[in-house]
Design a protein around this ligand. Structure first.
Ligand code: NAD
Length: 341
């Protein structure tokens, strides 16, 4: 179809599409009947030209939706940018406003999926089940090197107590942990459940395990840095399932080398857009920081999979389609948190 063909207000161009995106979005489109076009490539200034006659684009965590891309989207008469994720640090909202393009997201699809993955990372790093799995397969039944600690009674510090942080706090309380939390807004319901809201410094000083659940923004960028690591307990465990930019990678590598950081679990990484969601098993990886991180025996890296459950993908598809339908018919979305611009 040529770019001069009539604009299709029912057509959605998907970027960064994986096989599972196609499966879930095709399955739930039966109730909506949008025209779907899937691109495997990331949306960025070089790939925006792929869009032909679609008035809606659907993007994910590592697509680049900066002012340059938005200007080109406006030229192509794109009216809606639908994020199929919760975080929106990769979108220039001011530019979208300037060009009158609506931006929506999926504020909460399965907070439990991410919270449960954070706990899975803690349990793996602590009890070393990944090592035990490989060891037993080679008929090595020794326990040396697998020593863990009881989670019961330990102090877990949560930074960011929104949908995911709240779900994670419930899990941590269920394990019998003492739960400390820091957020710009305190949550009374969580206090009733037994969570203590404290200062950020107190989180750093008193936690055996720190789990990050705040968004990435100007206030939270590199919230884990040399100064905060210096405040932490010896052998602290740090878990990041939120956004890579919350951690200043070089400082964490130094903390691991010195033994100050005892364990690190990351599902997100500052430079992840060049790595994650791809099979690079035949490539020479140029990113020395991720290679160094992966070389530590006490570091667990998963490739942005915390959201990846059946329930979450179902909700992502349904909420994204409903957001778009609602914007096309009323210009609004009932759930105010879903509409960013
Ligand atoms: P949310 O908006 O419900 O909660 C975020 C919380 O962070 C809010 O309570 C907010 O007040 C708090 N916050 C904002 N600024 C803060 C600051 N400076 N210091 C401390 N707290 C602050 O979001 P959510 O659904 O709980 O998601 C949290 C983050 O998790 C998202 O921003 C996203 O980046 C990430 N996420 C990751 C995955 C994954 O697969 N790894 C999936 C979904 C979301």
């Amino acid at each position: 179809m040529s770019s001069s063909a009539a604009l299709n207000t029912n057509k959605i161009a998907f970027f960064s599409t994986q096989a599972y995106d196609k499966t879930f979005f095709n399955k739930y489109n039966k109730d909506f009947d949008f025209q779907l076009e899937f691109f495997e490539t990331q949306l960025n200034p070089q790939t925006v030209s792929l869009i032909e006659n679609a008035s809606i684009v659907c993007v994910f965590v590592n697509d680049i939706i900066n002012a340059t891309v938005i200007e080109q989207l406006a030229e192509k008469k794109v009216k809606i940018i639908a994020l199929r994720c919760a975080g929106f640090n990769n979108v220039d909202l001011e530019a979208a406003k300037k060009y009158n393009i609506k931006v929506c997201r999926v504020p909460a699809y399965s907070p439990q999926a991410v919270a449960e993955h954070a706990m899975a990372m803690i349990l793996t790093l602590n009890r070393k089940t990944h090592k035990a799995y490989n060891r037993v397969r080679e008929q090595n039944f020794s326990l040396n090197g697998l020593l863990g600690f009881d989670l019961f009674g330990k102090t877990i510090g949560i930074i960011g107590t929104g949908n995911i942080g709240k779900a994670f706090a419930k899990i941590a309380l269920g394990f019998g942990c003492k739960v400390l939390a820091y957020d710009i807004i305190e949550n009374d319901e969580m206090v009733k459940d037994g969570v203590s809201f404290v200062t950020l410094d107190e989180i750093f000083k008193s936690s055996d395990i720190i789990s990050l659940h705040c968004p990435l923004n100007n206030q939270t960028k590199h919230i884990i840095n040399k100064k905060s690591i210096d405040l932490m307990k010896e052998h602290v465990m740090i878990i990041n399932t939120s956004r890579g930019g919350l951690i200043e990678t070089a400082c964490v590598i130094e903390g691991l080398k010195q033994g100050k950081i005892g364990y690190l679990g990351i599902d997100v990484y500052e430079q992840e857009e060049k790595l994650f969601f791809r099979d690079l098993s035949e490539d020479i990886i140029q990113d020395d920081d991720i290679q160094r991180l992966m070389s530590f025996p006490n570091v667990l890296v998963t490739a942005h999979q915390a959201f990846f459950t059946n329930e979450a993908l179902t909700q992502i598809a349904l909420i994204t389609f409903n957001n778009i339908k609602s914007l096309l018919t009323t210009g609004e979305i009932e759930n105010k948190a879903a509409l960013l611009v």
